[in-house]
Design a protein around this ligand. Sequence first.
Ligand SMILES: O=C(CO)COP(=O)(O)O
Length: 255
Amino acid sequence: MRRYLIAGNWKMNCGPGRTSELLQGIKELSPQIPEAVDVLVCPPEISLTTASEVLNDYDVYLGAQNVHYEDEGAFTGEVSTGMLKEVGCSYVIIGHSERREYFGETDKTVNAKVIKALLDDLKPVLCVGESLAQRKKEVHKKMVKKQVQAALNSVKENNVSDVVIAYEPIWAIGTGETATPEQAQEMHEMIRSVLSELYDEDAADAIRILYGGSMKPHNAEELLSQPDVDGGLIGGASLKADSFTDIINIAEKLS
Ligand SMILES: O=C(CO)COP(=O)(O)O
C-alpha cells in the first residue's frame, strides 16, 4: 500500500523569517501530522537551516528544490547532497519544469542528480510533465515517457522505491488550471506502466506518483481519489498554512 505524500514546493518564496512563521502556522493548525500521511516541505536553500530548527521533532520531512551531482568544487551557486543532509534534508526535488525551462536542466543532468541523490540517501522527487503545445499535438504521453526513462537510466531496482515521481503538466502550474482527475489518472497510469517495463511489478507498484499543478483544497479530493495519484506536489497552496493543512487532512480522510 502506498502512503500519500503531501509535499510543498515553496519555490523562490519565504526567507528564514517567513519560513519560521509559515511552519509555526502549520504546526498550530496540525499539531499532530496524521499517521497515514507523509508530509514534506521544500523551502529555498537559504531557509533550510531555519526550517530544520523549527521542525525539530515535528513529523514533517524537509527537502530542497535542487542539488548538484558532484560532491564539492568550483560550482558557484550550487549545493551538494552532503550539504543538504547536513541541514536535515531527506528529500530533494529534481528536474522541476521551471529548472528545465529557465536554468538549462536537461534529461542528462536530471539523471545524474537522481543517481547522486539515491547514492547519498536523499529521496529524489523527480518532476516530469508536458507543455501545452505538446499536449495539443498529442505527444504528451510520448514526451513524459521519455522523461521518465531518461531520468531513471541506470537506476537499479533495489533503490528505485526511494524515488518519488511528480507528474506536473506545465500548463497547470501556477495557472489555476488543473488537469482533470481523469487526465491525471491517465498519465499516472501510463507512468506506472513505464515503471513496470523498467522494473518488476512490486517495485513499480511501490513508487509514489504525485500530481502537481494548481492542486488546492477544493480540487484535492477528486485528484487524490484516483488510484495512481499518491499525493501532491503543491506550489501556491503550500504557502498558506490553512490550505496546506486542509490538503493534508483530505489525504488522511482518503487513507
Ligand atoms: O509547480 C508546482 C509544484 O512543484 C505546482 O505549483 P502550483 O501549485 O502553484 O500550480
